[in-house]
Design a protein around this ligand. Structure first.
Ligand code: FES
Length: 91
């Protein structure tokens, strides 16, 4: 089974606008991190649609193994630099 690629082992800070629909890349293959660009096609992994009620700066997950998608929860700390760009454990 295809697993998410660790796009980076740290989150990325983004400015989120209220009411706007975002598509968070869950497969880790998008070059437009942290957002989907369609690269998941054929992986069986779908992007995660989300929106926020208030404008905010947020740290979104790039390791793709957070337990609080799309937000970073610190899980990335278990991935070293040598694992970036490779499939992770998937859990
Ligand atoms: S980047 Fe922090 S949990 Fe994924």
């Amino acid at each position: 089974m295809v697993k998410p690629v660790i796009a980076a082992n740290k989150p990325i800070q983004v400015a989120l606008e209220p009411g706007k629909e975002y598509y968070f890349c869950a497969c880790g293959r998008s070059p437009s991190q942290p957002f989907c660009n369609g690269s998941h096609e054929g992986t069986g992994i779908e992007p995660r649609a989300f929106s926020v009620e208030t404008g905010q700066e947020a740290f979104l997950c790039q390791c793709k193994h957070t337990g609080n998608s799309p937000f970073c929860d610190g899980t990335h700390e278990r991935f070293g630099d040598d694992q970036v760009g490779r499939e992770g454990t998937g859990t």
